[in-house]
Design a protein around this ligand. Structure first.
Ligand code: G3P
Ligand code: CA
Length: 277
């Protein structure tokens, strides 16, 4: 990789903070998202799940056991149950060095609703920064359309369900479920959708995507083992948003292959490698 090549590509690759700046602060908390914004990320990534009383919250796992001091499935808990939990201390226990987030329980480390995250994005955009949000629907099949319905309802409230006619959409929807993306596309055809892949199924090896998907979201493992796949995606007219790219050699490979977005737990490090800090 020549310096000149890196200079010519660094501004075109979008850096998306995976669950916020989740290497530095507890994932999916306001602390992690504020840190990602401070670090200069172009976009934020979040996973969304429905609570028992129908709220969309930003939690990755089916259960809250790993990332909070509580137990149980998100789908079996109400928002008020989740609000009583601490989603920050687990990270404190993992890392003995002085943390970058506020370890005192409070808004920064409590459960984050999608609504609150949308407010943060709206505030940041209103301040003149074109921050974007990539929302991943988790286990949407369990809810038979309710995740997408609630999601679109919320986006509509923020006037984000239909992208502006000019410029990039502030929001994109991602999923491992083609059905979920299809529902989104049917209801809001201009909203960008990203089909996430852990492996490439034989019928998609030529770079095609399932109906309802506009952008490809291959895992880094795919990119490492099948670098030619990115070229096939590009030839088929699709952009590639790759996850989760944390190691410098993986960032380098993504630059070489000309991917359009890097989804990372370490936005600051990736931006620096792209020559943007
Ligand atoms: O950004 C896509 C990536 O987040 C998918 O995997 O398990 O981290 O949600 P996961
Ligand atoms: Ca995710």
């Amino acid at each position: 990789m020549t310096h000149a090549r890196q200079q010519s590509t660094h501004h075109s690759i979008q850096v998306i903070a995976h669950r916020g700046a989740s290497d530095d602060a507890p994932e999916h908390t306001l602390a992690a998202y504020r840190k990602a914004i401070e670090d200069g990320a172009d976009a934020l990534e979040c996973d969304v799940r429905l609570t028992a009383d129908g709220h969309l919250v930003c939690v990755h796992d089916r259960r809250v056991n790993r990332t909070s001091n509580g137990r149980g499935a998100v789908s079996a808990l109400e928002l008020s149950d989740l609000a009583a939990l601490d989603f920050g201390s687990w990270k404190d226990r993992e890392e003995s060095e002085s943390p970058d987030w506020d370890p005192v329980p409070g808004e920064l480390t409590s459960v984050l609703t999608l609504e609150r995250l949308l407010e943060l994005v709206a505030e940041t955009r209103a301040a003149g920064r074109p921050l974007q949000l990539a929302i991943e629907t988790k286990h949407p099949t369990r809810w038979a359309g309710q995740v997408e319905e609630r999601l679109l309802h919320l986006l509509k409230r923020f006037e984000l369900d239909v992208p502006p006619t000019e410029g990039p959409s502030p929001v994109r929807i991602m999923s491992f479920s083609a059905r979920s993306l299809h529902r989104i596309q049917a209801a809001s055809p201009t909203l960008p959708t990203v089909y996430l892949m852990q492996f490439v199924s034989p019928r998609l090896r030529d770079g095609r995507l399932p109906a309802g998907a506009r952008i490809a979201g291959p895992g880094m493992r795919i990119v490492r083992s099948h670098p030619g796949y990115i070229e096939r995606l590009h030839r088929a007219g699709h952009r590639a948003h790759v996850w989760t790219v944390n190691e410098p050699e993986d960032v380098e490979l993504c630059i070489d292959l000309g991917v359009e977005a890097i989804i990372t737990n370490r936005p600051k490090q990736v931006l620096s490698q792209l020559g943007r800090s």
